[in-house]
Design a protein around this ligand. Structure first.
Ligand SMILES: [Fe+2]
Length: 241
């Protein structure tokens, strides 16, 4: 016989109440994830150069976070921050974002504002507050010469430091209006060259190994004819804070 405790106030079986609460929480989390996937898609639709970029960044960032032995909570923040790091580009005009040629100082400021816009968008969702913080700092540099606040070293959130390395690698691989795509070896050499200045030197080796691992998995899946699974379908569940 199953023993079911009663909630004395409402005479409702506690197992039912708990079950209901869990179902509602699961539904809320699924709704968050669906919203997040939409936001990531919206950014990619706005900026043709980011098409597929956020997905790639997310796969590499997750593998690097696992290699670095991060806690489940840090891993979760890293995954969502990687997928949404450039969501603030929604608030930057297309003319500036897709400008061919170098940006003027005022235009650069508008582009740099994407970290604050992204933070403010995500910070309104309680379960995404830490993700919002990681998004805010994903253009900080390990040596303190980044933006928006010039944070350095461990003062930069771990998720932001991981996204910074992976984002730079993926951006180098992409062709942009102002540059040709780098071959992977040249992009890897650049990460190593900037280790300790732009990037956390403890994170660069983990990212390089993560890239090898993910690339090998993707090649294996392609060889086997397996469809590539969108990262938004395999995100770890969000924890409401
Ligand atoms: Fe960015």
């Amino acid at each position: 016989m199953t023993h079911r405790l009663l909630d004395s106030g409402r005479n409702t079986p506690l197992t039912d109440t708990t079950q209901h609460r869990t179902t509602v929480q699961d539904e809320e989390r699924r709704a968050y994830v669906a919203t997040i996937a939409c936001l990531a898609d919206a950014v990619q639709a706005k900026d043709p150069y980011t098409h597929g970029h956020c997905e790639r960044v997310s796969h590499y960032a997750r593998a690097a976070a696992e290699r670095l032995g991060l806690s489940d909570a840090e891993l979760r923040v890293t995954c969502y921050a990687a997928l949404l790091h450039d969501v603030g580009k929604i608030g930057v005009s297309d003319g500036v974002l897709n400008k061919k040629g170098p940006l003027l100082p005022d235009e650069r400021k508008l582009v740099e504002a994407h970290v604050r816009i992204g933070h403010d968008l995500l910070n309104g969702v309680p379960a995404l507050r830490e993700v919002a913080c990681a998004v805010l700092y994903h253009h900080e540099r390990f040596d303190g010469n980044g933006y928006p606040e010039g944070l350095s070293g461990d003062r930069i959130p771990m998720a932001s430091r991981i996204v910074a390395v992976v984002d730079a690698y993926c951006a180098m691989l992409d062709e942009r209006s102002y540059k040709a795509a780098y071959p992977p070896e040249k992009a890897r050499a650049e990460l190593i060259r900037c280790s300790g200045s732009q990037f956390d030197p403890r994170i660069v080796p983990a990212v390089l190994r993560a890239i090898d691992e993910v690339d090998a998995e993707v090649a294996e899946e392609a060889h086997a004819g397996v469809m590539f699974t969108p990262f938004s379908d395999v995100l770890p569940p969000l924890q409401a804070s």
